[in-house]
Design a protein around this ligand. Structure first.
Ligand code: PEP
Length: 251
């Protein structure tokens, strides 16, 4: 059976003081919820602090992004081996904000996925359609193209050391959530596509849902057959909400 997983994406929020308080509350609140894997993704500068604060807990630490290059003249970038040096456990790649605001194409995302794995860091690959793509009936084509670009470069076996997150762009930070049925339909599609290449990889792959997950909708989403937990933005900044979302995976 696949382990449920909840990952908090803090985006560009927080200060050292706020993070210490948030993590203290989260770690205390998660006591006894061992069956779910929990991770948090702070902004880069706070990774060492967060690693230190999580050292005595089961909370994993992830990066929100990673360079596709191993080293070199890439001002402002952070390479996967550097994240590895810090003990970072996983990295989000292809978040829709990176795709939209920083021009990350499917090919660039695939390179980031591979750079991350080469440094021993498990990627969480984000895929998702915009509202106009959904309205135009393109959801399936868009998410499969995003997935195929990575499989074409990295191979399906690479998903043995990775996770997938379905994040409809229209649901991120908008308060609009995909219904459990809408989300499950895309999760089933993604898992089915991978199963066509490798039954074994598909059966073990954690596919998270992201897009305005909160305490009130997490239970219905996480009990869908192909939804293995959540990638949580806004609600991960509130300890009580985040703990309650994690508790919903225990149902
Ligand atoms: C995200 O940024 O990955 C996300 C899902 O954000 P939110 O939960 O705020 O919609």
């Amino acid at each position: 059976m696949r382990q449920k997983m909840v990952v908090g994406n803090w985006k560009m929020h927080g200060s050292a003081e706020q993070i210490q308080q948030l993590l203290r509350d989260v770690i205390r609140g998660l006591a006894g919820q061992e069956s779910t894997a929990v991770g948090v993704c702070p902004p880069y500068p706070y990774l060492p602090l967060v690693k230190q604060l999580c050292a005595e807990s089961d909370v994993k630490v992830g990066a929100q992004n990673v360079s596709r290059h191993e080293s070199g003249a890439f001002t402002g970038e952070v390479a996967a081996p550097m994240l590895s040096d810090l003990g970072v456990d996983f990295a989000i790649v292809g978040h829709s904000e990176r795709r939209e605001l920083y021009g990350e194409t499917n090919d660039i995302v695939a390179e980031k996925f591979m750079a991350s794995q080469a440094a021993g860091i498990n990627p969480i690959l984000c895929v998702g359609e915009t509202l106009s793509q959904r309205d135009d009936g393109e959801t399936e084509a868009v998410v499969l193209a995003q997935l195929q670009a990575v499989i074409a470069k990295a191979g399906v076996e690479a998903f043995g050391e990775a996770a997938l997150a379905y994040e409809p762009v229209w649901a991120i930070g908008t308060g609009k959530t995909a219904t459990p049925e809408q989300a499950q339909e895309v999760h089933r599609l993604l898992r089915g596509y991978i199963a066509g290449l490798s039954e074994d990889i598909a059966a073990n792959l954690q596919i998270l849902y992201g897009g305005s997950v909160k305490d009130s909708n997490a239970g219905a989403l996480f009990t869908q057959a192909d939804i293995d937990g959540g990638l949580v933005g806004g609600a991960s900044l509130q300890a009580e909400q985040f703990i309650a979302i994690c508790a919903n995976t225990e149902n």
